[in-house]
Design a protein around this ligand. Structure first.
Ligand SMILES: Cc1ncc(COP(=O)(O)O)c(C=O)c1O
Length: 390
């Protein structure tokens, strides 16, 4: 048999779908499963956003459009950046992309040569690792420590820099830990990137999902207004419950964004215009559904964390943002994989082993609170009982 390209053997994809496959197999066998494994909001996309897409479809907005995105969308993104981050990027600094996930690959491909290094948080979002590997580059990890509430320590980051470092990936609020860095720490990271002349990809997809009122959102882009080294990655999947729409936006230096746009045009041509019209409504239309969803997440977060901390062998730091809790399960005597399998098979609870997010995730699991409060309570009781019965 013919072999594939060398690169093809370096493509890992996203590991979280493995547990989903296993959970669905058990469901087909008649077992009841409570789902907490995917970062998939259980809310429907707000109706005003759906209507905007339907109206666009009906009015014939069904053709190719610029690979960089609709001018209207980019203008709305410009204004939103001014409002939320305090600076007005040029239109040429804004790129519309098919989902935030794709922006990770686009940025790495346009900025990092094979064998150069990208600094990533560990535990961190798996696409960082797979995109770096698929580009032939090397991931250099910086451990997020539980004793530091999983916030990235800027000193650890600076110690990881070598002459080969091209890019730093920052993600706050974080997937999978839910940690939110302090503004001063973010300032330090921005300064480090400037001092060492390194690009900074700031994954801000959970920027609107911060629950602790004492923690305010800060983007490291405040320092260069995305003109020199910072690329903001943002998406609609989480805060607007739009995972299936595949819509993301990047803001960065014009010369970087131009190349990323050429890559979008090479791979997908453009993001469908009716999807972008929905995005315009999401950004500039009625925000009340968003507030409602956020309040509900906050509620569930408390129920989940309080519940987890009543289970022997489990302890959970309160996450300040995103939609995840990252409890330490090492007190149960199980590894992350063992605990995830045990929870699925003995308690009917699907969650993800922490090591799916990097080596430092061993000893933890990720639970996504995208299920009802009642189901969260049920899951806690099921796990408690299964642990007692073992
Ligand atoms: C940190 C982080 N970045 C990016 C993404 C990608 O989101 P999208 O659905 O827009 O591709 C996710 C999705 O889970 C995420 O958790």
């Amino acid at each position: 048999m013919k072999s594939l390209s060398d690169v093809a053997y370096q493509i890992d994809g996203q590991p979280m779908f493995k547990i989903l496959d296993l959970a669905q197999k058990l469901e087909r066998e008649g077992k009841k499963i409570l789902h907490f494994e995917l970062g998939e909001p259980d809310f429907d996309t707000p109706s005003n956003i759906v209507s905007a897409a339907c109206d666009a479809l009906k009015s014939g907005d069904t053709h190719y459009t610029s690979s960089m995105g609709l001018y209207d969308f980019r203008e709305v993104a410009q204004k939103a950046t001014l409002h939320s981050r305090g600076f007005l990027p040029t239109i040429e600094q804004v790129l519309v992309a098919p989902g935030a996930n794709s922006i990770i690959y686009l940025a790495i491909k346009c900025l990092v040569n094979p064998d150069e290094e990208v600094i990533v948080p560990d535990p961190g979002f798996p696409t960082y690792y797979s995109a770096i590997k698929a580009c032939g580059a090397k991931a250099v990890t910086v451990k997020l420590k539980e004793e530091n509430q999983f916030r990235l320590d800027p000193n650890d980051l600076e110690n990881a820099i070598t002459s080969k470092t091209r890019l730093i990936i920052l993600n706050t609020p974080s997937n999978p830990t839910g940690s939110v860095m302090l503004p001063d720490e973010i300032r330090q990271v921005a300064e480090i990137a400037r001092k060492h002349d390194i690009y900074l990809l700031s994954d801000e997809i959970y920027g609107r999902l911060i629950f602790n009122n004492e923690k305010s959102f800060l983007s490291p882009s405040y320092i260069d207004h995305c003109k020199e080294r910072t690329i903001i990655l943002n998406g609609f999947s989480k805060a607007f419950a739009m995972t299936g729409w595949r819509l993301g936006v990047a803001i960065g230096p014009e010369e970087v964004i131009e190349k990323m746009g050429l890559l979008v045009s090479t791979i997908v041509s453009c993001v469908p215009p009716f999807i972008q019209r929905a995005g315009i409504e999401a950004i500039s239309g009625d925000q009340s559904a968003l507030v409602k969803m956020k309040n509900e997440y906050d509620n569930r977060r408390k129920i989940l964390v309080d519940g987890l901390n009543t289970i022997d062998g489990i302890s959970c730091i309160e996450p300040d943002g995103a939609i995840y809790a990252f409890p330490n399960i090492s007190g149960t005597g199980m590894t992350s994989d063992e605990f995830a399998n045990f929870a699925l098979e003995k308690a009917g609870v699907a969650l993800l082993p922490g090591n799916n997010f990097g080596e430092a995730g061993e000893g933890f699991v990720r639970i996504c609170y995208v299920n009802t409060s009642d189901n969260i309570k049920k899951a806690i009781e099921n796990i408690k009982k299964a642990l007692k019965d073992r």
